[in-house]
Design a protein around this ligand. Structure first.
Ligand code: NAD
Ligand code: UDP
Ligand code: UDP
Length: 336
């Protein structure tokens, strides 16, 4: 004779969770630059549980070390091109290399990440009824013929160029988001992020702000890619994260531009980095890469009116915060 099995006791934790309306949030690409800052902000709210899924292609566990072992935090080594089964209320879908040298390294993989990866995460959102936010990019505007760029602009993108795996990949990802919304009623949010900078960027990832700061600290020439008159608008990462959370919590689907409208030529950026970080370095002109957009500046009317959001940190205030982090990681002391 065997003793009958007792039914499992309901977990008091899950029960109380139900009444506290805790939020379980998946962040794909959460070990990367923007993702790890987003996780820091989400973890500050004690009602949030955060799950990060990342394959560590460009991200690292180091970016999340303060949360590893925390009871409200989980880290999964996972490639989004494979199906993922978790139960969550919200998804921030960031997984995708963002720097040109990394997204061009294996372009087919970049497309798979944008297309199959986004499809899988949408399938997950559909199954569990989660709200999903995609981090799209200002690159969907290509080499824009409208300046500054409003969300209504359809873009000027080369479909067969070396950047296409990224910008066309993100354009398909946006299409998939809207088709799941129209066809399956999913709650979607799309952010079009303009160039963002801050601590934890990969030191040698090839993006312009990280390149110039690392070069200035190493005493190497600042490499301005010709002609140097091309412009970008740089947003500090804390402002960006604030915009992403407002978009997720707000009611509109987007797409919505998130970026800092302060516009600089690459020569101006080099002059500013030189002045603030190391007046002794040279500025050197080097060859550019194909299809480099000549100008880029967000029209943020939608973000200011719909999300009551605008960036607060200027380039001159943000660069020294990034410099501090790069000094620590490169082991370069401040000169007096
Ligand atoms: P990042 O490279 O630091 O982070 C991307 C993260 O995604 C990394 O942790 C990487 O390991 C992970 N990842 C890549 N492919 C993956 C895959 N197949 N499966 C699972 N994880 C994968 O880049 P970031 O600057 O933090 O960018 C984050 C997101 O924001 C990206 O979607 C990017 O396209 C978007 N974005 C960034 C900027 C910017 O200026 N930084 C601008 C526009 C859009
Ligand atoms: N998917 C996933 N996790 C889930 C549910 C779905 O990764 O929890 C993947 C699934 O493998 C599929 C994709 O998401 O490839 C799209 O799912 P959907 O249900 O929309 O389409 P279908 O499976 O019917 O093709
Ligand atoms: N750039 C530069 N020097 C560098 C790296 C980039 O002058 O060492 C320029 C590049 O030509 C482009 C701009 O900086 O015009 C921004 O490049 P990044 O790769 O940072 O971002 P994206 O092209 O994706 O906006």
């Amino acid at each position: 004779s065997t003793t009958p099995k007792q039914p499992p006791t309901p977990s008091p934790l899950r029960f109380s969770k139900f009444f506290q309306s805790n939020m379980r949030i998946l962040v794909t690409g959460g070990a990367g630059f923007i993702g790890s800052h987003l996780v820091d902000r989400l973890m500050e709210n004690e009602k949030n549980e955060v799950i990060v899924a990342d394959n560590y292609f460009t991200g690292s566990k180091d970016n999340l070390k303060k949360w590893i072992g925390h009871p409200r935090f989980e880290l999964i080594r996972h490639d989004v091109t494979e199906p993922l089964m978790v139960e969550v209320d919200q998804i921030y879908h960031l997984a995708c290399p963002a720097s040109p040298i990394f997204y061009k390294y294996n372009p087919v993989k970049t497309i798979k990440t944008n297309v199959i990866g986004t499809l899988n995460v949408l399938g997950l959102a559909k199954r569990v009824g989660a709200r999903i936010l995609l981090t799209s990019t200002s690159e969907v505007y290509g080499d824009p013929l409208v300046h500054p760029q409003p969300e209504s602009y359809w873009g000027n993108v080369n479909p067969i160029g070396v950047r296409s795996c990224y910008d066309e990949g993100k354009r398909v990802a946006e299409t998939l988001m809207f088709d799941y919304h129209r066809q399956h009623g999913l709650e979607i949010r799309i952010a079009r992020i303009f160039n963002t900078y801050g601590p934890r960027m990969n030191i040698d990832d090839g993006r312009v702000v990280s390149n110039f700061i690392a070069q200035a600290l190493r005493g190497e020439p600042l490499t301005v890619q010709s002609p140097g008159t091309q412009t970008r608008s740089f947003c500090y990462v804390s402002d960006l994260v604030d915009g992403l959370i407002r978009l997720m919590e707000g009611s509109g689907t987007g797409p919505i531009n998130l970026g800092n409208p302060g516009e600089f030529t690459m020569l101006e950026l080099a002059e500013t980095v030189k002045e603030l970080i190391n007046p002794d370095v040279e500025i050197k002109m080097v060859d550019n890469t194909p299809d480099d957009p000549r100008q880029r500046k967000p029209d943020i009317t939608k973000a200011t009116t719909l999300l009551n959001w605008e960036p607060k940190v200027t380039l001159r205030d943000g660069l020294p915060l990034m410099e501090e982090d790069f000094r620590l990681r490169l082991g370069v002391d401040k000169k007096n």
